[in-house]
Design a binder for this molecule. Structure first.
Ligand SMILES: [Zn+2]
Length: 331
């Protein structure tokens, strides 16, 4: 997996790696009218050469558990034991983080749907292009940390792109090392604009780890992100020790997005990570007269609740209140 990188030349934005140190800097991802749009960056490098893992958070600005996990992991590292380096990019979408928004306030785009980006296009496309080019240049694998943000609960799981390639198989191995027994090898067309999809198709295994949300960041969710980063770094040989393994893994391949017909407040009937059958109630929509106006149900059997809108979160008609994934294997 490693492309024989040398720590001495590793640079991300203004951060320059130094052997046996954690260095800081900034990555510029665009400009406001009056100031640059930057992400804090930290690079932890060992004394020995080895692969480079790129870890990023806050592609969606409300998903703040990611950067918290990155700094907790990097600050707890024993650098004398490290071979290679770990690049932490705290805010892949600084504009969305600044205004606590899932989408990018400058242009309304969902950054995780516009990869690989483009140079001659709107802000989010330019930022996506910059992230792609920078990560592809320096990294042997890319780990993108997400959560349900302020809207939804999601279980702790790993997600990679199953495109049948050798790189995809490497990403699957990293996904099974991320500490969760639940792994989604996605074939979904709607994730074709995600960063991990394009990193994988360009020969660099990419994956997402999801955990938590619903506007809460308990310490154990931050610890799950730390476990995920450490497990992936162990699987790559950057950090010593064997990555966590589970006696059983549950594999998912595609997700059904469940939309509302009408608006109101959502009352969930299931929890993230539940297994549901076709027709089972996932939740209700209650209008502002207090009447139940809709019951949302699972479209499939053997469905795994990959996200569920949080209690009494307002919804509009056509809002996605749940992702129900097809379980293809449980062993
Ligand atoms: Zn996200």
């Amino acid at each position: 997996m490693s492309r024989q990188r040398r720590i001495e030349g590793l640079r991300v934005g203004t951060a320059r790696a130094a052997k046996g140190q954690v260095v800081r800097g900034e990555l510029r991802l665009g400009d406001f009218p009056d100031a640059p749009i930057v992400s804090p960056v930290m690079i932890a490098a060992g004394r020995r050469q080895g692969p480079v893992l790129w870890v990023q958070g806050c592609v969606h600005g409300t998903e703040v558990g990611g950067p918290l996990g990155i700094v907790r992991f990097l600050k707890g590292l024993d650098l004398s034991q490290l071979s290679g380096a770990i690049v932490g990019v705290m805010l892949a979408n600084p504009n969305a983080f600044r205004l606590y928004s899932r989408s990018t306030p400058l242009d309304g785009e969902n950054l995780n749907r516009v990869f690989p980006g483009a140079r001659n296009a709107g802000h989010s496309y330019q930022a996506a292009d910059l992230l792609m080019r920078t990560a592809h240049k320096v990294a042997d694998a890319v780990l993108d940390l997400h959560s349900g943000g302020d809207r939804s609960h999601v279980p702790y799981y790993a997600l990679y792109r199953d495109d049948g390639s050798e790189t995809s198989r490497q990403a699957a191995r990293l996904a099974r090392s991320a500490g969760s027994p639940d792994v989604w090898g996605s074939k979904d067309a709607w994730l074709s604009g995600a960063m991990f999809t394009h990193m994988t198709s360009r020969g660099v295994p990419g994956l997402i780890v999801e955990c938590g949300g619903a506007a809460q960041v308990p310490e154990e969710h931050i610890d799950s992100f730390v476990t995920a980063i450490r497990g992936v770094a162990q699987a790559m040989g950057i950090v010593p020790g064997a990555p966590p393994t589970h006696p059983r893994y549950r594999h998912m391949d595609t997700a059904e997005l469940v939309y509302t017909d009408g608006g109101g407040l959502f009352l969930p009937a299931v929890a993230a990570g539940d297994v549901v059958r076709k027709g089972q109630a996932l939740g209700q929509v209650v209008d502002l007269y207090g009447d139940v106006v809709e019951t949302v149900t699972s479209p499939i059997d053997d469905g795994w609740i990959g996200s569920i809108r949080r209690r009494y979160m307002p919804v509009y008609s056509g809002d996605i209140v749940s992702e129900v994934m097809h379980i293809v294997e449980d062993r």
